[in-house]
Design a binder for this molecule. Structure first.
Ligand code: MG
Length: 475
């Protein structure tokens, strides 16, 4: 609605200019409030149950808890993959990563990968650029580390962070960190064992990254960017490399809690508080939307070193709810109607939602899997999202339609156990049974049929593209 009114106003102004009238006093651009800033803070491997606002009894996340109380706490918000690379591709493009070649048997990109998010994919940064937005990316990228795949080639004016996971580039001869972790309840990895670089724009500036200070430094870079662009609509993508193992916390946070995980999450929460304090200091809080979520569930194989999915079953790498349902907070006092949102949402929805709030048309030359959630955010409607596909290694293993979720294949990840195939599929009613404990398949064969039809329709819409994760660099 607002978009149409603005379009007419701009059209009328343009006609006035053509008619040779005096220079208009009103700005040609829509008022700034109509182009809100967007800040996406994306944690790594944080579980559904890890925030105070999502029920954790011990972890201290006062800043996020406050944002959840003042804004919206989404209890059924999903990522579109249960591991890093495809989850990030989905967030930035609004498309299931199978469509961009970012979902395949190798699962994520590695330092020996030669692929990345294809240049012809349209990211949130690129979609917003047409409306005068400037975008900055800070933190973990993991959508291709070769220069042509870095954020500066995907619509971001600047980038500062690590190009892939913080446990990659393991130094030859360094100990097996999983064994180290298993032997020590307060295991602290040696960052020198992970030869991960820090990239600024397209230049390597540090190697190995000093991971002790990395949360703080991402935060400082993001704040610098916000200050530099306070007069222009901006999109900040702040993708923390925490809570991905190996965990690190700076001196200010190390040792505050019983576990290093609790220390590191307290620092991520501090970072959120710093970003919000900066927005308030600059008077931008009423025209900025902040979204906090995580790229996939907790890394359960690391036991207490990893996070918690709370009441949800499973974790990272799995198509159980714990792998893909994330603790999600949407804040923005000038935009967001406060409350708990129990409808479904997804990172797939951010691109169309931001486009709607910014008054720009989302890409129309390709299939988008996202829905516009702006009405839900404003408190003017229910979520339009009714479905979620759960991919693993390029195959659909489960699907949710309305309250019901069917699993054709399940697997406990990272423990060497093979996939288990289910015929008939397992069926759970997530609105009665969010923990996926009680299989109701025998009672609802018609529901399984309906979900299978939706899966078939989705599959039909997917065109084969090259698997970017399979591409290796020459040795
Ligand atoms: Mg992750």
């Amino acid at each position: 609605m607002g978009r149409h009114i603005r379009g007419l106003a701009i059209g009328g102004l343009a006609l006035g200019l053509l008619g040779g009238s005096a220079a208009p006093e009103a700005p040609v651009e829509a008022p700034v409030a109509e182009k809100p800033n967007f800040v996406v803070i994306f944690a790594d491997d944080m579980g559904y149950g890890d925030l105070g606002a999502f029920g954790h009894p011990l972890f201290k996340t006062p800043n996020l808890d406050e944002l959840a109380a003042e804004g919206q706490r989404w209890t059924q918000f999903y990522v579109a993959a249960n591991v890093c690379t495809p989850s990030r591709a989905a967030l930035l493009t609004g498309r299931y990563p199978i469509r961009s070649g970012m979902m395949g048997p190798r699962r994520v990109l590695f330092p020996d990968s030669g692929g990345g998010l294809p240049a012809d994919e349209i990211t949130i940064a690129e979609a917003l650029a047409g409306a005068g937005y400037v975008s900055g990316a800070f933190g973990k990228w993991h959508l291709g580390h070769l220069p042509r795949y870095l954020p500066t080639h995907q619509g971001f004016s600047t980038y500062w962070g690590i190009p892939y996971s913080n446990d990659m580039d393991k130094v030859a001869g360094s100990p097996d960190y999983r064994a180290e972790a298993a032997a020590d309840a307060r295991w602290q990895a040696n960052p020198a064992h992970f030869n991960v670089p820090i990239i600024h724009d397209e230049t390597e500036i540090e190697r190995p990254a000093d991971q002790f200070t990395i949360t703080r430094r991402y935060t400082e870079k993001a704040i610098e960017f916000i200050r530099a662009h306070e007069d222009q609509p901006f999109f900040v993508y702040l993708a923390h490399s925490m809570m991905h193992i190996p965990l690190f916390a700076s001196k200010d946070f190390d040792g505050r809690n019983a576990s290093l995980y609790a220390d590191a999450i307290e620092e991520v929460d501090w970072s959120v508080g710093q970003i919000v304090a900066t927005l308030k200091e600059l008077g931008l809080e009423k025209r900025t939307l902040v979204v906090f979520t995580s790229d996939n569930g907790p890394w359960l194989v690391f036991d207490t070193h990893g996070g918690s999915a709370g009441l949800l079953r499973g974790g990272k790498g799995e198509t159980w709810e714990g792998g893909q349902r994330e603790p999600t907070v949407v804040w923005g006092p000038g935009i967001v109607s406060p409350g708990v949102v129990r409808g479904m949402g997804s990172t797939l929805d951010l691109l169309p939602t931001f486009c709607a709030l910014a008054g720009v048309e989302p890409p129309s030359d390709r299939i988008l899997d996202g829905h516009d959630l702006s009405a839900v955010i404003r408190g003017e409607g229910e979520s339009p999202r009714q479905e979620m596909m759960y991919y693993h290694s390029g195959e659909i293993r489960a699907a949710r339609v309305g309250p019901f979720k069917a699993h054709w294949v399940t697997q406990t990840e990272y423990r060497g156990t093979p996939p288990v195939r289910h015929d008939p599929p397992l069926l759970f009613n997530l609105e009665e049974d969010p923990s996926e404990k009680f299989d109701v398949a025998a009672r609802h064969p018609e529901v399984i049929e309906r979900i299978a039809e939706r899966v078939a329709a989705h599959r039909k819409s997917v065109k084969p593209v090259p698997d970017q994760l399979a591409i290796r660099l020459e040795p």
